[in-house]
Design a protein around this ligand. Sequence first.
Ligand code: FAD
Length: 415
Amino acid sequence: MPSSEMLVVIGAGQAGAELAVQAREGGWAGTIALIGDEPHLPYHRPPLSKSGLTQAHDADSLAIKARATYAKAGIELITGRKVAHVDLARTAVHFHDGPSMRYTHLAFTTGGRARRLPAQDELHSDVENVHTLRTLADAERLRAGLVPGQRLVVIGGGFIGLEMAAAAATHGLNVVLLEAAPRLLSRVTGATVADFITQVHRDAGVDVRTGITVDGLETDASDRRVTTVCCTNGERFDADHVLIGVGLEPDTTLARRAGLPVDDGIVVDACCRTIVPGVVAAGDCTRQHSALYGRSLRLESVPNAVEQARAAAASVNGLDRPNTGVPWFWSDQYDIKLKTAGLSQGHDRLVVRGRPASRAFTVFYLQGDRVLAADAVNRPADFMLAKRLISERLAVDPARLADDAQPLKTLLPSP
Ligand code: FAD
């Protein structure tokens, strides 16, 4: 590879950091620039909604890789600068604050933004006590604001809302959680796990309400503080703080304006290439076809960002290394460690291994005799088994899978 080549990576998060380092390790001999608009080294976001409320985190303690790693790999890390425009025809990226940079290869790893509620648009831009949680700065603002004894209203019963509800309740706040769908985690898990998680939160004192839609945020006379969360059914919830966790919007603006195909995510092939030669994308901002599930997916998880980054780095080096990983995710709430493998849409039966009452069980989602997905609650070995059953498309005997007395290894075909 001639050393005059220049790889520019836009977005210094989970995928960007991995992509830059993997490209170098995979043999990229040219220059690498990793550009991020946050002021920090690329950092791990998962702790922000878990220990982030009770424990001060600095960017260095959360760093995905030490500063020295980038220096050693010859990666120029440009932080605190936003790319405003990409010109694919002239192979140039333009910064918000001035000069541009040429590239021979380009990667979009721009992640996503917290989705907004329409009610937020009516608020003063300086409102103090309405939060979303995507960045370290968001987490610091929340940590500084939330005081035990205060009332926190969480809007949204997905993973971030639930993890924050757990952290806040444990921290001594009075928490109400409002979810518009009939049950929690409706996009990502089945009723057995959702009902279990609901009960865990209620036992911890969180007032979980489902099937309730927020349609307004009332402020005090200063317009700087929200005092009440108003719902379409007429219910009103007083709040000292409001956390809005209603999902993520992929940050595809740059790619879309540059002319790349975007469909709720930058469209990439199995090797994370876009339709433009030399231009790749990875992480939360992408949409990719899954050979395993036969449809296109946009995933929001660390494992996906890492797998796609590795595929994209290989592509930059001229190699085919398709992303064939099983989608997976984890969530920590109180003493519950939930690990989910695969995607359950299309399942025609459920198998439960273990008992929810014991706070350690796994729900397997099957289509015929194949496992499509599994949610393992405090059962890491089941999770590992599920990943293997899913990725190797192995047939299982549902009755034996349900029988907790059957050792896990006997569920796999003999070598
Ligand atoms: P990001 O890590 O978001 O990085 C994108 C970066 O690009 C950002 O820093 C952004 O500011 C920057 N950027 C965007 N546009 C520009 C521009 N124009 N110029 C310069 N820079 C730009 N996943 C799990 O698997 N398990 C968990 O338990 C889990 N917990 C989470 C908890 C929280 C609070 C959050 C927010 C996420 C969590 N996730 C979890 C999701 C996981 O963190 C993301 O899937 C992952 O960070 C995606 O990586 P990414 O590189 O695609 O995006």
